[in-house]
Design a protein around this ligand. Sequence first.
Ligand SMILES: *Cc1c(COP(=O)(O)O)cnc(C)c1O
Length: 388
Amino acid sequence: MKDKKFETQAIRSQMERSQNNEHSTPLYLTSSFVFDTAEEMRAAFNDESEDFIYSRYTNPSNNEFVNKVCLLEGAEAGVALASGMAAIYTTFMALLKSGDHIVSCSSVFGATHAIFTKYFPKLNISHSYFNIKDPNSIEKLIKPETRFIYLETPTNPAIELIDLEFVASIAKKHKVLLIVDNCFATPYLQQPIKLGADLVIHSATKYMDGQGRVLGGVVVGKKELVNDIYLFGRITGPSMSPFNAWVLSKSLETLAVRMDRHCENALFVAEALEKNPALENVSYPFLNSHPHHSIAKKQMKAGGGIITITIKGGYETAKKFLDKLKMIKISPNLGDTRTIVTHPASSTHSKLSEEERLSVGIVPGLIRISIGLEHKDDILNDILQALK
Ligand SMILES: *Cc1c(COP(=O)(O)O)cnc(C)c1O
């Protein structure tokens, strides 16, 4: 499958057919597996065979999903976990020990920020933040005890970008790992491992499922790192449900066509809103006006499905706008077939101080719109009527 194109890999990499010769692969809802002999069970437990043992460890449905993500990201190995946060936390706990330090972009997902600030101190693990706008500040933050650089690009919710090849070169120079949360871009638009990242993490809950049905997370990358993460997950238990893996494996079959449409709709809405007098700013990586447009062109196939708008008049006007939307719903999720809006300053990022919010571009009038797959005219018209 390695010689095939993305779309073909996403559709054709399936587990082997069973004796029933099914066309679409079945769901393996079983918590454990049986052995014909005591010797077979002994061999499986001692890593001398690939036989399935127990679904907290591995399961055929999970393997199909993981193998597919590995192909799409160009990774050697991977592990599926119960949610994006399970993938992030399991990765951290498998790789870090007391006394370690990490360097991260400050505009990380809210729950990831909470791990750094609330739980890392208990474990004597420290972190230093860099601003995504200032890649040259990263090198100065690296210490002898630094284990990895962690980042998201495009960032949530301000849609800022960083040059992955540049950060990978710093990581290599200082012999630290580079870990990328690639949730916003998906492997269809950006493949960080090909640009030098060691591990890539996804909240599969977002675009990978893309239809707002299941939670899931996955981490892929270098085999020896993934083995440690797999073992930690297998022992501590945040495994992905086989049902969710089965849903996600099928969802990936349509990732490319969905992303093409998300990107087409998002660019259309962003361009149409750019000159709107009610707005202070419209941000989308593939707009010429985006400050990181050249990075976007270099490392992304298209701009993704998320745009942000900044409404004149701050929070009060932003609230009125949200309440006036008719079709588009307010929800914390993103990457869905349905267009979704969020007001980050009052919800997902309300636990940050005003100063912290402003430093990562979250002004009171900022609204994140996850552009869905409805007709682009209907999405735009709902936004325009609410802006009036
Ligand atoms: C949603 C999200 C996560 C967390 O994923 P869950 O599946 O909700 O646990 C992590 N990173 C980013 C960028 C996200 O958008």
